[in-house]
Design a protein. Structure first.
Lengths: 327, 190
């Protein structure tokens, strides 16, 4: 070896040890207890849905991890969404899942391929009403009183003087090139918007709890698309941010089976065209929607990031006992 | 030459960017909830020392740079080039004043430095963290002033100027941290 690393962590750390402190692991246990108490008080039922499934998400930006089960491919759940919605369609009321989710290729300061996700559904609610509850849970866990709500459009107008729904693509490209040093030319409106959001706007949201709502219709995922007051079709989707870190993503859920099938098929086509893996999609969700998913709102929240914020930790490795490098 | 994908990017990895060899300083994986994944990367341009920030699509790759760090003994300066030798093979390399840069003011013959080679030629020189050098010029010492904690400039044999305690004299040898230019203490007499 050309260089001496004596005394540095490379030599003294042992790979068998957890990367999280014992204190962080105790905080994790307290956090999970707090969350279960929050939902018990509100009569929301905890349920378990499969972590191993024959179907996978079709979302073009989320890759599943493939396993073998009884000799055939099965996929580790990227979220409990499909299982929970099938239970709602079967007549179960308000419910939540608190457990692991897996995403291929996601690793970094705020990502581990295996992570803990809380996801819950409220029957008869819309996104606006669920946002209030997300704010209440976050305030309680983080001890932050200040919760601000802002539309996606308001944030773009305030920070960049651009309307994300109506600005010409050329203006978006121009703004992205000015704000972000890129190695490539952005190929779509959404790519520009994602770059501006992650590189410029997240940091501009401040230290409190920010609930951002009414996303571009092109980023609807499984949310309803509805016209806003100005007549622009927007995705009734929201995200929660604290200190510039994205924590939660919620929808006023799509309940139309035909449109659900169409979105799955659009995703599958996109995957095929972009040489991404095309997984079997969850047609049983479409069947459930045909029978009838009650009007509801649902949200997924990253527990590891919540713990980072609650305990003042700067990287996800500090709150997970054994991240993937040591798992 | 090999290439590296964004998921292999880590601190210290040497890659080519815009035709220049760079060392990765930091690689941050960025992924909006329902959006596309990016890697936000900080790279040090090894020619200029400047740090660049650049965002890649996750999965993009960069060509590896033929850059390696070697421990070498500093031999002498012939007025134009600085000469270094690999201690095991006795292979000699000459580095331009540009490549040596600020390190020049710490180079003492026979000290072992880190020479960064790019395509086999010296690109940069890093002096040892600690060097022991003789004071060649400073104001007269003030004996008995050791407790005061005042400092004065002293010129060292290599041309570097550092702040030293008032009691030190011309001809004494001192230990200096080259990263900060800070005086660490009087060198022990052999």
């Amino acid at each position: 070896m050309g260089r001496s690393y004596m005394g540095s962590s490379e030599m003294t750390d042992s790979l068998w040890q957890p990367t999280a402190s014992l204190e962080a692991l105790r905080r994790r246990a307290e956090l999970l207890t707090d969350i279960r108490r929050f939902f018990a008080e509100r009569k929301v039922l905890e349920v378990e849905v499969p972590l191993l499934s024959r179907r996978a998400t079709s979302d073009p930006h989320i890759e599943s991890i493939t396993a073998l089960c009884n000799g055939d491919p099965a996929y580790l759940a990227t979220s409990p969404e499909f299982g929970l919605k099938r239970l709602l369609a079967a007549g179960l009321g308000d419910c939540y899942s608190l457990g692991k989710a897996f995403r291929e290729g996601e690793a970094g300061g705020r990502h581990n391929p295996e992570f803990t996700m809380l996801e819950w559904y409220r029957r008869g609610w819309d996104d606006r009403r669920l946002m209030v509850e997300v704010g209440e849970l976050l305030s309680r866990v983080l001890g932050i009183g200040q919760v601000q709500s802002m539309s996606y459009r308001e944030l773009f107008l305030r920070e960049l003087q651009l309307d994300p729904h109506s600005a010409p693509e050329e203006a978006l490209r121009h703004c992205t090139a000015r704000e972000v040093e890129l190695s490539f030319a952005p190929q779509s409106r959404d790519e520009c918007l994602d770059l501006l959001m992650s590189h410029r706007l997240e940091a501009a949201m401040g230290d409190g709890i920010t609930l951002l709502y009414d996303f571009p219709a092109s980023q609807a995922a499984l949310a309803k698309v509805v016209k806003d007051d100005s007549g622009t079709p927007v995705a009734r989707r929201f995200e929660a941010y604290v200190g510039g870190m994205e924590l939660a993503n919620g929808y006023w859920e799509l309940t139309d089976a035909g449109e659900q099938l169409q979105r799955f098929e659009t995703d599958q086509r996109y995957r095929g065209m972009h040489k991404l893996h095309v997984y079997p999609f969850e047609e049983r969700l479409v069947d459930a929607l045909r029978v009838g998913l009650p009007e509801c709102a649902g949200v997924a929240l990253g527990i590891d990031r919540l713990l980072m914020l609650a305990g003042g930790y700067s990287t996800i490795d500090q709150v997970i006992a054994f991240p993937i490098e040591r798992a | 030459m090999a290439s590296y994908s964004t998921n292999e990017f880590k601190g210290g990895l040497k890659v080519m960017l815009d035709g220049d060899p760079c060392s990765i300083v930091e690689n941050e994986f960025v992924k909006p909830g329902k959006g596309q994944a990016f890697n936000r990367v900080k790279l040090r341009n090894l020619k200029t020392g400047r740090v660049w920030e650049r965002t890649f699509r996750s999965g993009e790759s960069l060509e590896a740079a033929d850059v390696m760090d070697r421990e070498m003994e500093y031999l002498y300066n012939d007025g134009e080039f600085f000469h270094f030798m690999e201690p095991e093979t006795f292979e000699q390399h000459q580095a331009s004043a540009d490549a040596v840069g600020d390190a020049a003011k710490w180079l003492k013959e026979q000290d072992v430095c880190t020479v960064t080679l790019y395509n086999g030629a010296p690109l940069a020189v890093t002096p040892p963290n600690h060097v022991i050098l003789e004071i060649t010029d400073t104001d007269p010492g003030l004996r008995g002033d050791t407790a005061q904690g005042g400092t004065k400039p002293a010129t060292l044999v290599t041309g570097a100027v550092v702040k030293v305690p008032l009691f030190l004299e011309i001809g004494e040898t001192i230990k200096v941290d080259t990263r900060t230019g800070e005086y660490l203490g009087r060198a022990k007499e052999d």
